[in-house]
Ligand binder design. Sequence first.
Ligand code: AMP
Ligand code: ZN
Length: 668
Amino acid sequence: MEVQNKITALRAELHEHNHRYYIEDAPIISDYEFDQKLRELQDLEALHPQYADPNSPTQRVGGGITKSFDTVAHRYPMYSLSNTYSKEELQQWEERLRKTLGDDAKISYSCELKFDGASISLTYENGNLIQALTRGDGLQGDAITTNIKTIKTIPLKLQGDYPPFFEIRGEIILPWEGFYKMNELREAQGEPLYSNPRNTASGSLKLQDSSLVAERPLACFLYALAGDQLPIDSQFEALEKAREWGFKVPDSAQLLHSIDAVFDFISEWESKRKELPYEIDGIVIKVNNLAQQQELGFTAKAPRWAMAYKYPAEQVFTRLEGVHYQLGRTGAVTPVAQLQPVLISGTIVKRASLHNADQIEKLGLRIGDTVFVEKGGEIIPKITGIKEDARGLVEDTVEFIKYCPECGSLLVREAGEAQHYCKNESACPTQQIGKIQHFISRKAMDIEGLGGETVSLLFNEGLLSNVADLYRLEKSKILPLDRMAEKSVNNLLEGIEKSKEKPFSKVLFGLGIRFVGETVAKRLTKEFGSMEALKNASFEALIATEEIGDRIAQSLVDYFLEPKNQEVLSALSAFGLQMEELTSQGKKHPNFDGKKFVVSGVFKDFSREAIKEEIEHLGGTLVGSVSSRVDYIVAGEGMGPAKAAKAEALNIPILTEQDFINLREKRF
Ligand code: AMP
Ligand code: ZN
């Protein structure tokens, strides 16, 4: 009983601190103290799984996996909003309102920012978050509850006089700062950048692994209540109540009493929005009084009582000074417009993306043209048109380059593709460096102590020309280089050595074969099990594999045919990298072969059955009870105390779920 009280008290305390930190911006304890308390709660919950609570503050860190998201009908449909870019149309909307409500009706408006993110609907029962749905088609959405719980601005437990059952709608957003940070990381890893916060936010909600969602700096702003017999008469009251119950409701909303005041609000935010730490794409104007709302009703798609005023994407014109061509890791060439610097939405813009040759042709670009440049939600502005009365000279028409800007080889554009490629994969410096950077990146070989810049340095010094050279690096050659200290060199070499234990699927992904991303690499691993089998697989055998189409298959066949690649592969194999999957059919795993295992308790990411199957699959034997003949115990939550005591007395290693995964992934 005492333990249960302790757990309950800790949870209440942590919910409270969470609220102070994320909603009120006024924490009263340090992050360190918070973490201590959270850890204490985590430990207690692990020891006493019978007191589990799906809304415990410990759920914030994620960990739950959603294999596929269930589709669930919305209790109240999620409508979209009618929108306009013109003040005239707003005026006409007001006239329509008056037609229904009467000329002398008093109409007040709740004016709110239109947050640019992904909309969601949250259901609370007795103050507990029980479900989170995406908007979907408005009638049904996807259940993303596990992921939503990791977003700290969403309360898991409410405070105050909330109704026993209701829904609340809001927007999941990714503030600029977090968005830029995520992109910095992507850049460092040589991965393509996220294009805008909105898509990144909605993409995040659909990640299968909720602990990845927890790492993303998402936030949630709430703006509407739905339910029967809610304790409110107006929209503005709804916002105030929601705030009282513990939701994040920005105080930018204002209650205004005339359409002229609404126009002022719109003008005010037209410039102020540029200073917000997050993106908005307009203003939402809602008739405040709920009785009036009811009288006005809905069209098939949207409420008649609300209107979104959208700010036009800012457009300026400037001079096209030239076109540069950028070469990516995969050899893709992207044209980039060089502009006379110009100010758009508060930032100076010098470049605009042109995507590919078609785009240039469509615009009929000439150097010297005066072009319209637009900056929407995207971070990279785009050219939307040309000012016809200020054109460059015909002889300056932009023609796509024919040769690689780095190595001079002929560029190729394959049928059905928009992009030009440099095919000189193994000798084009940017591609060579990019390939090595990809190989060492976190999702591939994750080599500690080695970063993208060091790769460039080592490449330029002639110490690296392909990924196999990593394993040929010598301390005596690296130490004399700029900014290379003894300790960092040791770390680097240690990291490289350790990468030899990385499973085959990571090696395969790390090679950076075109179209072979993480998922495809896993798929191929499962199907073929080894580099040898993959190399010998025919095009037909490859496309017979689920999820593997012509493009991927052809890319693999081409890769293995190239003599330079064959050399790299045999070198990697000679250096001891994992060239086959340990868990593939019929393969005995040295850590499991002939060993006896007891499996007990409840696991987070696997079912107990799955763990047992895996053990047998790898050559281990399962036994029912703990004795001196047992080699390992794999223990989930709630393993019986008697078993634990006996294991300890006999000195048998007890493996957590993670230990088990480590044991499987590594040959110690
Ligand atoms: P649209 O996606 O342009 O049709 O606009 C409708 C969407 O605006 C809604 O589905 C909401 O996700 C979003 N939205 C953002 N802020 C608000 C707000 N304050 N009130 C209502 N909807 C909003
Ligand atoms: Zn090249």
